[in-house]
Ligand binder design. Structure first.
Ligand code: ZN
Length: 323
């Protein structure tokens, strides 16, 4: 008689709520193992939500997405700096939050395990497991959004979080000594030189949702949108040169409007800048675009808490939610 072969199946029963509070909307999604998104909903805000507004929004999302059902935990992606050990928000500038014990507030209100992380870290984690970073041991992820450029790096399968969890602020890499003033107080950061708003303006004021690689490909080569995109790509290339020299990634993933620009205007401008990196790193790095689209933060935030459940299943008492 042979030994029984253990088989492991991803259980559909293990479901968590992924939450992403933003200035105008808090998005929620029920996510299972393997990055499967079962349902999504959102609660809109007329003004940037307070922490208690988000606690209330999460109640609404649970009532809507998992009525009478069971959730194993809550993972939260925050646009700001997070103390990963405590789940407290150190600062989330666009929400206007500072020193908010969000994990404790949500856990107390909902009786569930709550894990909070930076949104770019969540994006990088999701892409590394289920997207364009699959199988890559050393990757850097940069995402361009309305409020700036977020980033994170994954080395050996783990997010590089630094001593206090704040690593990966690639948006504040110096790229132009005579550049614009940045929200961080410095001058000429990547996110002051590479911005979505001037690109949309050069396109004649198109809506952010309409910006795509396809749209940028159709603009005249000498026109304002192409000139602006090329100028921004040069600064992006300068930042990536530093990234390559410092991190030696195998793959760099670009998301948001950075992906649209690089898809439309080619990878040549960036590779021309990377040719000035030290020999070695530049010859093996791949520049690719992120794959996961609108579910990326939900999948990454869910993964934060799912990893805890997998590491410590007995600590994850399945708490029935009673609406
Ligand atoms: Zn800055």
């Amino acid at each position: 008689m042979g030994r029984p072969s253990p088989s492991v199946f991803a259980s559909d029963r293990v479901r968590v709520l992924a939450v992403n509070p933003e200035v105008d909307v808090t998005t929620g999604a029920v996510v299972g193992l393997g990055g499967r998104v079962f349902a999504r909903a959102e609660v809109r805000h007329r003004y940037p939500p307070s922490p208690l507004d988000v606690v209330a929004a999460v109640s609404e999302l649970i009532d809507h997405l998992a009525p009478g059902g069971t959730l194993w935990g809550i993972g939260v992606a925050i646009p700001g700096l997070v103390n990963e050990a405590t789940g407290a928000i150190v600062v989330a500038p666009h929400l206007g939050w500072r020193g908010v014990p969000l994990a404790a507030l949500l856990s107390e209100a909902h009786g569930l395990r709550v894990v909070v992380g930076n949104d770019a870290n969540c994006g990088a984690l999701a892409e590394s497991l289920f997207g364009a970073g699959r199988g890559c041991e050393a990757m850097v992820y940069l995402n361009g959004g309305a409020s700036g450029i977020g980033g994170a790096s994954i080395m050996g399968g783990s997010v590089m979080s630094g001593s206090d969890g704040y690593a990966g602020e690639f948006g504040h890499t110096l790229v132009n000594t005579v550049g614009g003033r940045c929200d961080c107080g410095a001058t000429g950061c990547l996110e002051t030189e590479v911005r979505r708003a001037p690109l949309l303006a050069a396109l004649g004021g198109v809506a952010p949702t309409e910006l795509s690689g396809e749209l940028l490909r159709q603009v005249p080569r000498e026109g304002p949108a192409a000139v602006e995109a090329d100028r921004q790509l040069q600064f992006l290339g300068i930042a990536l040169r530093t990234v390559v020299n410092v991190m030696n990634p195998r793959r760099i993933l670009l998301g948001g409007f950075l992906a649209s620009m690089v898809q439309a205007r080619g990878f040549e401008i960036i590779h021309a800048e990377l040719s000035h990196a030290l020999p070695g790193g530049d010859s093996t790095v791949e520049i690719v675009t992120a794959e996961l689209g609108s579910n990326i933060l939900a999948v990454g935030a869910a993964q934060l808490v799912l990893r805890h459940i997998i590491d410590d299943p007995l600590g994850a008492n399945e708490l029935a939610h009673t609406p």
